[in-house]
Design a protein around this ligand. Structure first.
Ligand SMILES: [Zn+2]
Length: 366
């Protein structure tokens, strides 16, 4: 398993590195085919291809597994800091998010095939290429493949403490672009209309929408604008991140953000608002609790205490959950610091979590 992880980590497969993502896909395709799976390739022009995998003998699988092949790292990262092992931890770009998960899912199915446990026929797998940029080309595929499934097992890594993920906040992003009028701030400032001043009002009003008690957050995390220090600024742009906890909060927040940006405080400026709330929250509902309970029982049998947690970050679990199927995320191995140079895999959890996944597939297929 470590050899295959090493091979995958040492291929740069950032979301925009199509060649690398496709190379990862070809390696995994070959491995699944060796086990008797049929691998369909959903070709993409700019981003990497997606794979849809199902055993040749599968009829109507009830389980959907989703694992992404892309990483957040730029081309060249793998040669700068290739796969390494220090003690019980492995390092390298994408090692935990989520190349170890890819290998774990493959080996869980390999174990089922090799022990002739027919549960492998109850699984359909999507390996997508663009999760790290919000799944723009795989979202529809995930939603389509959710139809008729009972369970979704999402292979994002387990949390640092080993917890699975049973709830995630939803959200989206907006861009607030303000147009003002330039003027020399020393000679004729009265002729100017400051876009920066207008954006400042909007930032304050957007931040007033924060409601942490109800799981709503609004953050203008990036701003840009202005021409020079002595020019009344003709332009300013704010980039806004919005998170929600309940599906019904989406419409209300979209309305309130539009209201904030519908009028100007600095006369003579203009605002253009782009964006929306595009990722539904993953809610810990009854069916998710039931699936979690089954996984906890399976964990208990193999001596693993399985805890769960919620997180603010999004993943493809939001899409399967919104389609109404029981969804648990964080089924990959345990590790930490994803999206950073210090990203690591706890090596001993690799086989442990693979066994948990394999036995969960077995249990829910009975
Ligand atoms: Zn991930």
């Amino acid at each position: 398993m470590l050899d295959l992880i090493e091979q995958l980590v040492n291929i740069d497969s950032g979301s925009y590195v199509k060649e690398g993502v496709d190379k990862v896909g070809r390696i995994l395709k070959g491995k699944y085919e060796e086990l008797g799976f049929h691998v369909g390739v959903i070709e993409q022009e700019e981003l990497g291809n997606h794979l849809v995998i199902k055993h040749k003998e599968a009829i109507d699988p009830e389980i959907l597994i989703v694992a992404h092949m892309d990483t957040v790292f730029q081309e060249g990262t793998a040669s700068e800091r290739p796969f390494t092992i220090k003690g019980d931890r492995a390092y390298g770009p994408g090692v935990i998010d989520m190349k170890s998960s890819q290998v774990s899912a493959l080996y869980a199915l390999k174990a089922l095939v090799e022990t002739k446990d027919e549960a492998y026929k109850n699984v359909e797998i999507i390996l997508n290429s663009d999760e790290e940029i919000g799944s723009p080309t795989s979202r529809a595929l995930i939603e389509e493949k959710s139809v008729g499934k009972k369970y979704a097992l999402i292979m994002e890594p387990a949390r640092k403490d080993g917890s699975l993920v049973s709830a995630r906040r939803g959200g989206g992003s907006y861009t607030v672009s303000v147009k003002g009028r330039a003027a020399h701030s020393g000679i004729e400032p009265e002729k100017g209309r400051s876009a920066i001043e207008e954006l400042a009002y909007k930032i304050v009003k957007l931040h007033e929408l924060n409601d942490h008690d109800n799981g709503i957050s609004v953050n203008v995390g990036l701003i840009e604008g202005g021409a020079s220090v002595n020019t009344v600024s003709p332009n300013a742009v704010g980039h806004v991140d919005v998170r929600i906890t309940l599906p019904e909060q989406a419409e209300e927040m979209e309305k309130r953000i539009q209201e904030v940006c519908a009028t100007t405080d600095v006369s003579g400026t203009e605002i253009e608002l782009l964006g929306n709330i595009n990722r539904p929250p993953m809610v810990k509902n009854e069916q998710t609790k039931e699936l979690l309970h089954i996984i906890q029982e399976v964990g208990h049998e193999i001596g693993l205490e399985v805890t769960d947690t919620q997180t603010g970050g999004g993943s493809d679990a939001s899409f399967t959950s919104a389609q109404g199927i029981a969804t648990i995320d964080g089924l990959g191995p345990v590790g930490g610091n994803p999206h950073s140079e210090n990203e690591y895999l706890e090596i001993p959890t690799l086989t442990e979590r693979t066994e948990l996944l394999m036995k969960t597939i077995q249990r829910i297929s009975r």
